[in-house]
Design a protein around this ligand. Sequence first.
Ligand code: NAD
Ligand code: UDP
Length: 317
Amino acid sequence: MKLSGQRVLVTGGAGFLGSHLCERLLDSGADVISVDNYYTGSRRNFTAILQHPHFEAMRHDITFPLYVEVDQIYNLACPASPIHYQRDPVQTTKTSVHGAINMLGLAKRTGAKILQASTSEVYGDPHVHPQTEDYWGHVNPVGIRSCYDEGKRCAETLFFDYYRQHSLPIKVVRIFNTYGPRMHPEDGRVVSTFIVQALRGEDITVYGQGEQTRSFCYVDDLVEGIIRMMETPGDWPGPVNLGNPSEISVNTLAEIIIEMTGSKSKIIRLPLPEDDPRQRCPDITLAKQNLDWAPRVELRDGLQKTIAYFDETLRVA
Ligand code: NAD
Ligand code: UDP
């Protein structure tokens, strides 16, 4: 993909996914502006690109208007882990909703194409399995996950209304659980948490019976899918699921991580958090058909790279 001369804005550029995306866009020749308020992201994630002549990092909160001139916008800003998005739930909804309004306004003024990083959480605790894009979801509007789930659902509504009402070129991707280097070590997400616990020899905290399932996509695959969606010719807006359709239980994930790290950690059981979805797995038929995309990295290969990253990070810390 050649993006020479394209001015690309990445909101949430200092986060886990955003920083990988910025790198890939720079490699493709784009001029990249990251906008981030560093709520969960960090400038450390930019170590490899901070000096890049085509990269600029701005501190800005997207709940406030932003005036820059760009050709494309990737809207990723939003805390993604339950611990982080539940810490200040009002700000989480503001980031999704006011942030979307501001970024859509920016896209409308500049004529930029804009992509929304939506989430599998729009399906809530799904009654349809695996989840297809035409499933409307099963979401609690007043629970502790609602600030994130409903905020993201409202953002999708805004994107589609700008598409219909203002003919804005939009792209909506629904991202399923993604993992890899640069996840926040304390974000409570299951892959990073289990790896850090295993490397430190601490108990591995499985919530509930551990029979709930997720499907984990390696970050490089996910970034490839996001860029393909932005670059698909025509005005197909999505939404499209991006994730890895191989589903495993939390118990199995814990066992694999213990084995791969050679850890002596023991598995302990803690109560299942409220509204924790029991099963989650994407149907990626649409992504295969329309984007010619499917994940390529096997779970164990991705985990190996992630374990190596945390091993190094914990040694330095
Ligand atoms: P992350 O927390 O690492 O990154 C989010 C970034 O947004 C951080 O750098 C944070 O500082 C920034 N941010 C938060 N609020 C902001 C605001 N008001 N203004 C400016 N910047 C702000 O999370 P991530 O895993 O990289 O997720 C990125 C996006 O992808 C999020 O929108 C998330 O909802 C979506 N997503 C991620 C996953 C996943 O598994 N990682 C799954 C589904 C959806
Ligand atoms: N989980 C767990 N132990 C942990 C952290 C998470 O058993 O220390 C479980 C959690 O209850 C959920 C799954 O792992 O069922 C994935 O959690 P995560 O927060 O990574 O993602 P999400 O629930 O948003 O898919």
